[in-house]
Design a protein around this ligand. Structure first.
Ligand code: ADP
Ligand code: ZN
Length: 500
């Protein structure tokens, strides 16, 4: 009633700020009455719309829903665990019947004698076969598609970091659901329709571009599709448009901080930046803190992969303690990559994901090769969807040197704890004589000295810490700022030149 009264109040106005305004048609009144945003006359003044007509256009074209709840979809995000499992069982059965339309699954299910009826509870998931990245490669491009091509509206492909790229298809419904998934993530970290969101991802086949674009539009933010590269231009946009949030990959975030410094702009005081959605590649907690401190923002870890839509599969909440996996979209499992059995609770293993709502290309028990673990306990934010730990890397990223297993992220953790060092580093594995060795080259920060003995002391200190962490002694070279080649897109941290 209250809402109605407000609508009528505005509709009967003929002048606003001294300007004549048109009378509003009954259809528009109907729309206004049914929109939750129309809660205060204050909105009209604060959004600065000169006429009611312009305001109405704004209301109808942008998501202006009332945004004072901490949840985007409270009923789903805080669903009781037992309800969530029931929901997943139902969706899993649907996903199985949907998958059976794809040539690949049709054949596989027949061979294994399985169907949607194999699933009675969520535990029956373990009876289903895994899907491998190679299955997507060998069924390239359309062999995994479960709907006719004329119902597909978009094709994406992965970045091809570990081999030939794979292709993923989407129906209109898939795209809409994905946009909602990303909007939910952005909302969770405090972004609203009042934010100015700049996306520094490439907008090609890589899902970080359009994935975030549609999500941010669904949220109702003002989007700046800046795309990748050209740091000075990015910074100009940030300054001119009052950008409050960025989607950025971690290796680029430290680069951007340097360019701010070169341009004599302090991002902490001279910009409106406050939130970074940061992901697409592994990064350490130390790297995150460094980005936060250099740029004066809160940086939230976002995880995804093109096979499961793209960004938005799992995202940190404001607690910054693990990433909530959206369990209405996927079922996560963590398995031992050797035995293929679930690891004991809380142990690290390979993340396996089953899509629950995709219609163009459902994937059952997709082996991601990404390593993580489930975090125990409830999250104080109130969301019930399980949390995974910051990703440790892919199983294929693991370096085996002198019989020792090493993840690049362990090296990064040590390097980033030294404020004398910059953000770029390169690990080279090489054969010297009969031995395999590791050379780490790392940039110095802008601020550090060129006094030889101070540098040598620092170098020795870092090597000691690396040895404690890795159990082998790498060679370490401190190089001047800007001398390491920076890759466009995901950082390449390891060069393997060993002779086998
Ligand atoms: P590609 O597998 O060719 O890189 P994608 O662009 O689909 O293709 O990237 C998905 C992969 O990127 C994930 O499987 C994971 O290895 C990595 N990734 C994405 N987000 C994160 C993150 N927040 N932390 C660590 N790794 C990530
Ligand atoms: Zn949480």
């Amino acid at each position: 009633m209250k809402k109605c009264a407000k609508v009528w109040f505005f509709c009967n106005m003929t002048k606003y700020k001294g300007e004549k305004i048109k009378k509003v048609s009954p259809t528009i009144i109907y729309h206004l009455e049914n929109q939750s945003y129309f809660h205060s006359s204050f909105v009209v003044f604060s959004v600065g719309y000169e006429t009611l007509e312009n305001f109405i256009y704004f209301c109808m074209s942008k998501n202006n829903k009332k945004m004072d709840s901490p949840f985007w979809q409270a009923d789903i995000e805080t669903m009781k665990e037992s309800d969530l499992r029931k929901f997943q069982t139902e969706k899993l059965r649907e996903a199985m019947s949907q998958a059976s339309h794809a040539p690949f699954y049709k054949k596989l299910f027949k061979e294994k004698g399985i169907s949607a009826d194999t699933i009675q509870t969520c535990d029956d998931l373990s009876k289903l076969p895994f899907t491998m990245k190679d299955d997507l490669r060998s069924n390239y491009p359309y062999g995994m598609t479960a709907i006719p091509l004329q119902r597909c509206v978009r094709l994406h492909s992965s970045s091809g970091t570990t081999g030939n790229p794979t292709v993923v298809l989407h129906s209109q419904r898939d795209i809409d659901l994905w946009a909602n998934q990303v909007a939910r993530c952005m909302y969770m970290v405090g972004l609203r329709n009042t934010d100015v969101f700049q996306n520094t991802s490439g907008y090609g086949m890589f899902t970080g571009g359009l994935g975030f674009q549609y999500g941010a539009e669904k949220l109702g933010a003002l989007t700046v599709p800046a795309a990748a590269g050209n740091s000075k231009r990015q910074i100009r946009f940030i300054m001119d448009f009052g950008t409050t949030a960025l989607h950025i990959i971690p290796s680029y975030a430290t680069r951007l901080a340097e360019v701010f410094h070169e341009m004599n702009i302090d991002p902490r005081t001279d910009t409106n930046l406050r939130v970074f959605c940061m992901g697409a590649e592994p990064h350490s907690e130390e790297q995150r803190r460094r980005v936060e401190q250099l740029l004066g923002v809160k940086a939230y870890n976002c995880f995804g992969m093109s096979e499961m839509n793209g960004p938005g599969v799992a995202f940190e909440c404001t607690e910054q303690n693990g990433l909530h996996v959206w369990e209405d979209y996927v079922i996560p499992e963590i398995i031992d990559p050797d035995t293929l059995q679930p690891v004991p609770d809380g142990e690290t293993g390979e993340l396996v994901l089953t899509s629950l709502q995709r219609e163009a290309m459902p994937l059952i028990r997709f082996r991601t090769h990404d390593l993580t673990r489930f975090l125990q306990g409830d999250c104080p934010c109130g969301r019930t969807h399980r949390r995974i730990d910051r990703l440790k890397g892919r199983s294929d990223d693991m370096i085996i040197l002198k019989g020792v297993n090493i993840f690049p992220i362990q090296i990064e953790t040590v390097l980033m704890s030294f404020k004398e060092l910059g953000g770029e580093y390169l690990i080279t594995l090489e054969t010297v004589g009969n031995n395999d060795e590791m050379l780490i080259e790392v940039e110095l920060s802008n601020l550090f000295t060129d006094d030889y003995s101070a540098l040598e002391q620092l170098r020795k200190k870092i090597v000691r810490q690396l040895k404690d962490e890795l159990l082998i002694t790498p060679r370490l070279k401190l190089v001047s700022k800007g001398s390491l080649l920076v890759s466009e897109g995901k950082a390449v941290r390891v060069k393997d030149l060993r002779k086998y």
